[in-house]
Design a protein around this ligand. Structure first.
Ligand code: FES
Length: 521
């Protein structure tokens, strides 16, 4: 690896972001009115805006940062209804009919995308591939066999084999034919161009922070402007308005991806390990290079070890899979999983029929985001949709939700307490340039990042959402909250999650102060 390649590999930018520049839009700078407001410019929000505008609805799309700069820009970009081993579990929990609907909804999303791409000649590397889940142990193989039995019961096409096609030891593998992969930002580039063509107003750097009035809805943005509308679709990864305590009904996970250029024969499917450690593999042809994307290493946000270790482990896996290879990019993403693993898509609550939410895609946002856009479009247009009940955020299935709910919230309570009482061993002097850590500062716990030029930024590590203690993520230079997944830049600005306010900056008594966000120590 050359020095330049090594430095590039240290950045955490996806190959998607590196190769497509999406059009830019200005921030909202006045009060406006619209029929349907869409909050969140990822695949769900963009697709919903496209579908609603195509149906003649007056739509406005706002995004807190840049379009597709959240999880959509950091995906594996597999378009599939094979979401790991899920159908046996869904059938046991929801019954065969709903498990079948889950498959059908995802397949429909795949077909809608394929049709859109084909009919409009969208150049986005769309390729049909089988999706394959493989077992590395006898125990995993038994789970894969159960999944195949569920496929058979539900009428899902699938093929159980004793090998994977990958140069890895595997006991068995279950493939689902005719799934697909693509370049997500090339695809969204087309949809965004269509929004412009249809005259849909799009505002970036425009964060919704408050539902000021419910009937009819009035949304206030961080800059203080108001948006009056009839319907609101909250497609922002985590709902900014949370009357149903979504933060306690979803748990956040981070996962990691590396892109490796290789001369080895590239595997023909899209692979996922059945057990842990999770490994995801797919091929990619980009800029004349043969690449393989390798992902995995999931962990709860803010609760991982040194995040660099996750990339090292994926690199080791790449070496054993591909032999000689050149790592050219690495990145990570955050996803939320609901308590019963089925996303929340629909009215935010039974008595708020004009406020809709789409969240909890469990890493399968390409199909799930697309199906959510279709379902929300039908709800806004008051058209029938067969998936309303399955994805309803108001559903309550007692088992296993309650158990998971209690475990998740006990862990949260633990993090609230643990973070406050720990003694920090590090001091600012222990940090090298471009390093961060929680340190003891005048006997107070503080988050410190020493910038590449040696300047120090200090933040209060108390998460402004509900008061848990954030942890440092060295590979992304962020502060991550272990409770509900809020993430902040090194200087405390909000990136993601339920927190809507930044971490407080702290200054030392002898430091000159700029800005009123800073608190003296
Ligand atoms: Fe809820 Fe931090 S995200 S306390």
């Amino acid at each position: 690896m050359t020095k330049e390649q090594r430095n590039n590999f240290k950045k955490t930018t996806s190959v998607w972001q590196d190769t497509v520049h999406l059009p830019e839009f200005r921030a909202l700078d006045k009060d406006i009115e619209t029929e349907t407001l869409i909050v969140g410019g990822g695949i769900t929000g963009i697709t919903a805006a496209f579908r609603l505008a195509s149906a003649g609805v007056k739509v406005t799309l706002i995004e807190a940062a840049r379009l597709a700069s959240g999880t959509t820009g950091y995906t594996t970009a597999k378009i599939t209804a094979q979401h790991g081993l899920i159908y046996h579990e869904l059938a046991a929990h929801f019954g065969a009919e709903k498990a079948g609907l889950y498959y059908q909804a995802n397949q429909e999303a795949l077909h809608w995308m394929e049709q859109t791409i084909t009919e409009n000649n969208v150049s986005c590397g769309f390729e049909k591939k089988p999706a394959v889940v493989y077992a590395a142990t006898d125990q995993e193989a038994a789970a894969v066999e159960k999944e195949k039995a569920a496929y058979d019961r539900l009428g899902i096409p699938g093929d159980l084999k004793q090998e994977t096609g990958l140069s890895l030891p595997a006991v068995n593998a279950l493939s689902m034919p005719d799934q697909a992969q693509f370049h997500p930002l090339m695809y969204l580039h087309y949809l965004i161009a269509e929004l412009s063509r249809m005259g849909v107003p799009v505002y970036e750097q425009t964060m919704a922070v408050e539902l000021e009035q419910e009937k009819p809805p009035v949304i206030r943005t961080r800059q203080g402007f108001r948006i009056h509308c009839r319907n609101v679709l909250i497609c922002s990864h985590f709902p900014f308005y949370d009357p149903r305590f979504y933060f306690s009904r979803m748990f956040p996970e981070r996962s990691y991806l590396i892109a490796c250029e290789t001369d080895a024969t590239v595997p023909d499917g899209m692979y996922l390990s059945a057990g842990d450690p999770k490994r995801s593999v797919r091929s990619l042809k980009l800029s004349g290079k043969n690449m393989v994307l390798i992902g995995g290493e999931n962990h709860k946000t803010g609760r991982g070890e040194d995040t660099e270790i996750h990339f090292d482990r994926l690199s080791g896996f790449a070496d054993s899979l591909l032999g000689e290879n050149r790592r050219i990019a690495r990145w990570s993403a955050q996803d939320y999983t609901t308590l019963d693993k089925v996303p929340y898509i629909g009215p935010i609550s039974a008595n708020q029929p004009h406020l809709f939410v789409a969240a909890g895609f469990r890493k399968w946002g390409m199909t799930t985001g697309t199906l959510a856009a279709g379902l929300l479009t039908d709800l806004v247009l008051e058209q029938d949709n067969p998936y309303v009940e399955l994805f309803s955020p108001s559903r309550f299935e007692a088992d296993p939700m309650v158990g998971r709910f209690l475990i998740e919230n006990a862990e949260v309570a633990g993090n609230l307490i643990k973070g406050k009482i720990g003694q920090e061993e590090k001091s600012i002097a222990d940090l090298g340039n471009d390093q961060g850590a929680i340190v003891s500062l005048n006997e107070t716990r503080a988050g410190v990042y020493k910038q590449p030029d040696g300047k120090v930024v200090i933040v209060d590590t108390t998460c402004p959402h509900l008061g848990c203690e954030v942890n440092w993520n060295q590979s992304e230079r962020t502060w991550d909250c272990p409770c509900h997944g809020s993430r902040f830049r090194a200087n405390g600005e909000v990136i993601d999650g339920p927190a809507l306010k930044p971490l407080k900056q702290i200054y030392l008594q002898n430091e000159s102060v700029a800005g009123d966000q800073k608190t003296p120590l």
